[in-house]
Design a protein around this ligand. Sequence first.
Ligand SMILES: [Fe+2]
Ligand SMILES: [Fe+2]
Length: 429
Amino acid sequence: MSKKLKAYLTIIYLACFSVLVILSINYSYKIDFFDITFLLIVTFVMNNYSIFFNYITEIKTSMTLPVLLSAFYFVNPLWAGIIAAVGTITFKEEIKYFVWYKFLFNRAVFFLASSAGALIFNLTTPVLDSNSFPIMSTLFASIIYFIVNNFLVYVVINLADNDVNQMSLLSYFRELSKNLITSYFLGLVLLASYMYFSKVLFVLVIILLFIIKDFFYSRLQQMNSYTQIIESFLKVIDSKDHYTEGHCERVANYTYHLCNEMNLSRAKSEKIISIAKIHDIGKIYVDDDILRSSDKLSEQEYKEIKRHTEYGYQLLKDIDLINDELDIILYHHERWDGRGYPEGLKGEKIPVGARILTACDSLDVMITGRTYKPPMTKEEIIAEFKKCSGGQFDPEIARKMIQLIKDGYFDDKFKSEEKIRELELSLEY
Ligand SMILES: [Fe+2]
Ligand SMILES: [Fe+2]
């Protein structure tokens, strides 16, 4: 341990001790045993049995502050500090891997932060919330608690020579401040239930929060497995069809931009983009020789390639997670004028996701070219979208696509004139 760190820890211990003595002199006679015990037990249980939102934000936000807001209201600063210091002892980390100076430091930090928060609460309540629910004073108290707690921890992290954790004070606070807002509002809900109803409701609200946490967590796990499925499919497609390697990924990227322009709900856009990533999955059932053939395809072979839309749909239709927008895969080669496949759907009968995908799919073919045709220039692509608007493409989508191209969204993707000429020459021989 460095000298600086030792000195810092000593200062914190002394500060904690001094504050404890000063507060004991001023407040020890005011004891509401029942409230103190209740809040202490709740804080302790919360800290040892769940860390709220931990999985979602990946930052440890415990329920300590929300519970402490009630302590600021119901008990004096001395006891608010003690509740925080004792209630935050965790069996899993601190008792099992006991290191005395870390243990003491944590107690001191919680004590100082909580008693500072409670003092600010007591000072501001008569001024800001004299006859009303203490919205403002709890806000100030939360901010003070947050600053004291995180600043003391920030210093110790930086003194501990831990490279991984070196970040500027500002970005450290910015990262954590999202949790402050959540904690503050949760704290208000808890305080209101404690003040106006009872301890029973207070506990019920906490249980409800746990249920919500579980809900979010299982949603998050579901999302993760969904992404994993998509990614493994993507690898399968790329390994199967080297010529179009990266095609699906690029199409998904174009889809992202086009969806943004289309004013779709975020959930819908996300689904369309995910499906775009695997839209050609059905090609894994198409014979390799046909896929890789650089000769002109026979009618039979072409028919087989076209079936990749149905193959893809059949393959995925039993997976619940993906099912929602699956017809995008089935219809991504339909045309606005009804001359597409597999069903020859026309106009708005084609799902909007599929219409978006058609435009993005074609854009990638135009940009990268195929064995039988060279890539097109930016101007040629714009002209092509104009020409095919109302034919292959939904006119509105074509218009938006042209705008995106003109606005330079895909400029890094287009090949230069020279490169295209080179490719053209190589195709002729
Ligand atoms: Fe396709
Ligand atoms: Fe495609």
